[in-house]
Ligand binder design. Structure first.
Ligand code: FE2
Length: 420
């Protein structure tokens, strides 16, 4: 009993190195100690050793244990790495063993929402809330599904029950869609006074300032177009055709599912975080991005902006691939969970028209009501090997192209861990 508690304490402390050592020690005494196996897999997952974590989770789920937490943890892992089918199997099994497993109920909801099945997702979140009605994450997630379905009132009611910064910003967006101008400015004021600056609140404030002809007082980056950076990696970094080929090979052999993306036409997006793939080509891309971000920060440090001055101290890189075929396009959107967003263009189609496949930045997007006002837009020319970095608050869209060649983007976000 003491030994199990030790594992749980180390897990709760986030001390994954020690958790790994302790789990290893217990497995030497008894190789079939499933608590230790589970702890070892969780430790490897959090230490970034995805291959080892996968190996142990796969072994564990094949043991056919009657322990729901084993399947729940495995399901979380598979969802993180983008293997949605496997994640769903694990979480459904966990719920079969324990119908009150809130984590698995929520995760099934997340996976279904990922697949564009928000109506079904809502049913699972409701089951989870029936067990624990004060779970902020469940309220946030069900809010997201209602928002995806454009049921803004229902979404807003659930976001109200979560204290997370992102929930408050999502709620602000719902109120904006509902054309409640007074409610919008009241909530914007509360967010800016009580929470860390957030790109979504910045986007909304900038949009509303044009729509209602008011001053934009939100502090993030006052002129986001000044904060767009691009450079060609073939000229600067350790980046070549071999690396591009190797990234595709790694991607194709990892069992990553495609994610439903309503904004994306004639293309698909990968699920999960590509940086969790523990392979050399992905590590190389990560290093290139990290170098470029440092250059970006230095180049833009002369601007007086919250974007640079309140740069997150603790953040994760989250990456995914976007593959587009002829006619492919991604309509205007911004990255709500990011701080800085970016893309590396691994393949670009030949241009038939001047701006084919280029990126258009704008202050307008996400089907926000515009009241006939005009919003600034700028097109940036994109070539193969380009890296582009920009504030996550800025809307961007892909200009459709007519070439038969694919347009393949390695997209990424800096996701702060301290602004939630
Ligand atoms: Fe994007």
């Amino acid at each position: 009993m003491k030994k199990e508690q030790d594992l749980q304490t180390l897990f709760a402390q986030g001390n994954y190195e020690k958790l790994k050592v302790e789990a290893d020690r217990l497995l030497k005494i008894n190789a079939s100690n499933y608590d230790a196996m589970n702890a070892l897999a969780v430790a490897y997952k959090n230490l970034g050793n995805t291959n080892k974590a996968r190996e142990i989770f796969e072994k564990l789920i094949n043991l056919d244990l009657k322990k729901d937490f084993v399947y729940s943890n495995a399901g979380n892992f598979f969802l993180n790495i983008g293997n949605v089918d496997q994640a769903l199997k694990c979480h459904h099994h966990a719920v079969k063993l324990n119908p009150k497993n809130v984590n698995s109920l929520d995760s099934i909801g997340l996976a279904l929402s990922n697949m564009g099945k928000d109506l079904e997702a809502i049913e699972f979140y409701k089951k989870s809330l029936k067990i624990n009605n004060s779970n902020e994450y469940s309220h946030h997630n069900i809010g997201n599904s209602y928002r995806n379905l454009e049921k803004y009132k229902e979404a807003s009611t659930h976001y109200e029950l979560s204290t997370r910064n992102l929930s408050k910003c999502q709620q602000l967006e719902c109120i904006y869609h509902l054309n409640d101008i007074e409610g919008f400015y009241t909530k914007l004021d509360i967010q800016s006074k009580n929470y860390h600056p957030h790109p979504l609140a910045a986007t909304l404030s900038a949009h509303a300032s044009i729509r209602f002809e008011k001053e934009d007082n939100y502090s993030f980056c006052n002129n986001p177009f000044d904060f767009i950076y691009s450079s060609n990696l073939f000229e600067l970094e350790d980046f070549d055709e071999t690396l591009i080929k190797n990234v595709f090979e790694v991607f194709n052999k990892s069992k990553i599912n495609k994610k439903k993306q309503s904004l994306l036409k004639n293309g698909y997006q990968s699920s999960g975080n590509i940086f969790l793939i523990n392979e050399e080509p992905i590590k190389k891309i990560e290093k290139i991005i990290t170098n470029q971000i440092e250059i970006y920060k230095r180049k833009l440090s002369h601007f007086n902006s919250t974007l640079i001055s309140k740069w997150p101290k603790d953040y994760n890189l989250y990456g995914w691939l976007i593959v587009m075929n002829k006619g492919g396009r991604l309509t205007g959107h911004m990255h709500k969970e990011g701080w800085l967003s970016g893309a590396i263009y691994l393949e670009m189609p030949d241009k038939t028209e001047t701006n084919d496949g280029d990126i258009a930045f704008s202050l307008h997007g996400s089907n926000y009501p515009s009241d006939g006002k005009s919003f600034r837009e700028e097109i940036l020319e994109i070539n193969k090997g380009d890296i582009v970095l920009f504030p996550s608050s800025l809307f961007h869209a892909t200009i459709p192209f007519s070439s038969e060649q694919k347009r393949i983007t390695f997209a990424f976000d800096i996701i702060p861990n301290d602004i939630d």
